[in-house]
Every structure is written in structure tokens, then in C-alpha cells.
Design a protein around this ligand. Sequence first.
Ligand SMILES: CCCCCCCCCCCC(=O)SCCNC(=O)CCNC(=O)[C@H](O)C(C)(C)COP(=O)(O)OP(=O)(O)OC[C@H]1O[C@@H](n2cnc3c(N)ncnc32)[C@H](O)[C@@H]1OP(=O)(O)O
Length: 157
Amino acid sequence: MTDIQLNMDGEPGWEPFDAPALVGASLRFVSGDRTGNRFRMRYFRNASGELVARVWFGPETEGPPGHAHGGSIAAVLDEVLGLAAWAAGYPIVVGNLNIHFRHLLPLQTVVQVDSEVVAAAGRKISVRGRIVLGDRIFAEADCLCITLPEEQRRQLG
Ligand SMILES: CCCCCCCCCCCC(=O)SCCNC(=O)CCNC(=O)[C@H](O)C(C)(C)COP(=O)(O)OP(=O)(O)OC[C@H]1O[C@@H](n2cnc3c(N)ncnc32)[C@H](O)[C@@H]1OP(=O)(O)O
């Protein structure tokens, strides 16, 4: 795993950020993958304070030969964009996630997930995100997050 972890170092102005800890220890499907064969990832906040993730799509995420399954891409966006809302102070679950798959995403490649909380209206929090490598956009997403009532949060937590 060493080489991959080295590749996942952040950029100037980025700070490592333990985003999954915001919701406890439940996120085992993506960031908490214990096998390391599905996903390996690290979270940061960039110089603007937005949540950014570096993600490695492992062999167990395969869909089209040699490339990531769309569901694995959706899983990553679900987690990162949901946590972007949590990191901005909104205790939410994801209610709706629309994804445009722009290019096939090659396996065993470290890509970047950018996020931006774009609006908050009542319980509805809108987050945008994308998965990129340099100029190449693999996927773009609009995510509608819904804040949880206190009682429901206590039941989950
Ligand atoms: C410690 C904790 C750990 C929590 C851990 C959280 C981890 C986050 C990171 C991982 C992300 C995930 O995987 S989350 C897992 C995937 N998501 C889910 O399983 C969510 C399942 N769905 C739900 O639980 C529910 O449908 C909710 C909570 C989203 C909404 O139900 P509700 O609470 O009854 O609220 P409801 O009245 O229906 O809706 C409130 C407002 O939002 C709007 N709204 C609701 N859903 C939608 C929708 N899909 N599209 C458009 N609008 C919607 C409604 O029109 C309404 O607007 P208005 O009338 O007010 O205008």
C-alpha cells in the first residue's frame, strides 16, 4: 500500500481531515474498506475549506474491463458529497444523487473528488461534486442532502 499512500499526499494548502469520524465508525463500504482491494482513500480540506478526497479504485470495484463500476463511482460520490455537507455543519443523509458518467475510470488509479456545498434551504442542502484526474473529468454529480431531525440522529448514532 505504500506507493499508493505516497501518491495520495495532498496539495499545498490542503489539510488532512478525518471526515468519516464526523459520523462515527459506520462508513465501512468506501473509506472504511478493511481489505484495501476496493477503495483506499484520504480526506483533506483544500485552501478554500472544501472537502476533497483522494481515492484509489481497487480491483474489486471493476465494472467494464479494467475500469470502475458505475455503482462504485456512485458509492464514492454518495460518501464524499454527504460528508461534505457534514463537514459544513449539516447532519444529513443523501436523499438524491444525480451522476453524469463522463469517461471510463481506470482501475488502480488515484483520482480526486472535489466537493462544494452550493445551497441550503430548510432541510435541503445541495452539494456538487466531481471526480477528476488533471483535466479529465470522470464523473460529475448533484447531490441533495436532507438534514436529519435530532431524534433520528440519536437513534442512528
Ligand atoms: C449519527 C448519524 C449518522 C448518519 C450517517 C450519514 C452518512 C452520510 C454519508 C453517507 C451518505 C449515505 O450513504 S446516506 C445513505 C443513502 N440515503 C438514504 O438511505 C436515505 C433514505 N431516505 C430517508 O431516510 C428519508 O427519505 C429522508 C431522511 C432523506 C427524508 O425523509 P423525511 O425526514 O421524512 O423528510 P421528508 O419530509 O420526506 O423531506 C424533507 C424535505 O426534503 C425533500 N426531499 C426529501 N427527499 C427528497 C428527494 N429524494 N428529492 C427531492 N426532495 C426530497 C422533501 O420534499 C421535503 O421538502 P420540503 O417539503 O421541506 O420543501
